[in-house]
Design a protein around this ligand. Structure first.
Ligand code: FAS
Ligand code: PHB
Length: 389
């Protein structure tokens, strides 16, 4: 078999890349390890930057997001018994975020690809990458299930645990990473949000986040020890801890309801440079991971794919590999901005056992600064809604 672009992974990066290439008349085949049902039900990110919303709408896959997504013009930082609003409409006029579950984005992209006759194959478990740095006149290829797929280009969109990044020979990649001394316990509950907006709260007991998915489904996260398991967190303990961390301002009561999804996410940061080797290009979590505090992971995947689509189109239509050769450098500036912002939000809002009293006062002083200085609040706002492309 032959296609122009072989794509490994049907998460947001792989599916959006396949769709954007299709809009430019470029063929691709997407190979996904899991079932369609699994990828459409996997609960992950929830916040779309302005640029991500614009990209999905411009690509013709944003209709349901515009109908069902929840636009937000601010977030609340809650600490020391007070709530402080970061007002996007004042600080970064015209830019906002939309709360719309990642699994909904994935459903919309799969539907669009299949409707367009796209070639998306699920439950393909043994994908292998070959001839990544091919001789002139030949190309890379993928093998799976006894088949061979010849490509002009391969996109590794298979996430942090995928097969693409490890297919790059030893000695090529430089890896930069950081493990945080805690994890997030995420839950979904059938209960109306207790606040119109997202609440990021810092308490001496640890961090908590109040988010949502719809007028009847709330999304919460609790900072927990790095080795925490869902078994240690029965529903009653979750609600008790969320109340202890969120009911810290007068008049706020946390509504509770039936928890229907629980998961523990490790908090890590990771970047592999360069994000390419030969005719293999990594996009999204295959190349980088951020702690979810800044809600950047999914949005970074979209940003990579925008750059990669343009570069592949230039290469296939003109033969010039200039943009492809510069792909990694073009993405890394935004990636490191998101790495820094995610680190900054994480260290601003989480409690660290290693912190002494001096570090704790620095953290509280920084929170006071961000919630009283327009300049400091603008820094948070412009990064949160997404830096301009
Ligand atoms: P993905 O991991 O989404 O997709 C990769 C795909 O490749 C998967 O479908 C996988 O099954 C497939 N695959 C893997 N190996 C393969 C192989 N060998 N062959 C074929 N296919 C293969 N980000 C936020 O902004 N906010 C959050 O709250 C948040 N929460 C998260 C919670 C969890 C548990 C995780 C793991 C991540 C979370 N993220 C969050 C980050 C997340 O949203 C990612 O940034 C986003 O999924 C990136 O999309 P992709 O790069 O497409 O990778
Ligand atoms: C979510 O709603 O899943 C969410 C929101 C904000 C974050 C992370 C996750 O920073």
């Amino acid at each position: 078999m032959r296609t122009q672009v072989g794509i490994v992974g049907a998460g947001p990066a792989g599916l959006l890349l396949s769709h954007l290439l299709h809009l430019r008349g470029i063929s691709s085949v997407v190979l996904e390890k899991r079932s369609r049902d699994y990828v459409e039900r996997r609960v992950r990110a929830g916040v779309l930057e302005q640029g991500t919303v614009d990209t999905l709408v411009e690509a013709g896959v944003g209709a349901r997001m515009l109908r069902e997504g929840l636009p937000h013009n601010g977030i609340e930082l809650r600490y020391g018994g007070q709530g402080h609003r970061i007002a996007f409409e004042k600080l970064v006029p015209g830019r906002s975020i939309t709360v719309y579950g990642q699994q909904e984005v994935v459903k919309d992209l799969i539907a669009a690809r299949l409707e367009a006759g796209g070639d998306v194959r699920f439950e393909i478990e043994d994908v292998a990458l070959h001839a990544l740095d091919p001789e002139p006149g030949s190309g890379p290829y993928l093998t799976f299930g006894g088949e061979r797929l010849d490509c002009d280009v391969i996109a590794g969109c298979d996430g942090f645990h995928g097969v693409s990044r490890p297919s790059i020979p030893e000695g090529i990649l430089s890896v930069f990473e950081r493990e945080y001394p805690f994890a997030w316990l995420g839950i979904l509950a059938h209960v109306a949000p207790s606040s119109e907006e997202l609440i990021y709260t810092r308490t001496e007991r640890g961090f908590a986040l109040h988010s949502m998915r719809s007028p009847t489904v709330s999304r919460f996260y609790l900072q927990v020890p790095p080795d925490a398991t869902v078994e240690e967190w029965p529903d009653e303990r979750i609600w008790d801890e969320l109340k202890a961390r969120l009911e810290t301002v007068p008049g706020f009561t946390l509504a509770t309801g039936e928890i229907f999804e629980k998961g523990v996410t490790p908090m890590r940061a990771f970047v592999a440079e360069p994000m390419q080797h030969g005719r293999l290009y990594l996009a999204g979590d295959a190349a980088h991971i951020v702690p979810p505090t800044g809600a950047k992971g999914l949005n970074l995947a979209v940003a990579d794919v925008r750059v990669l689509t343009e570069a592949i189109d230039r290469y296939l239509t003109t033969g010039s590999a200039g943009l492809l050769d510069g792909y990694s450098a073009a993405c890394l500036k935004r990636i490191w901005r998101a790495q820094h912002f995610s680190w900054w939000m994480t260290t601003l809002l989480h409690t660290f056992d290693s912190d002494d009293e001096y570090a704790r006062r620095l953290q509280l002083s920084y929170l006071d600064y961000v919630t009283t200085s327009e300049a400091a609040a603008t820094t948070l706002a412009e990064n949160y809604v997404g830096m301009p492309w």
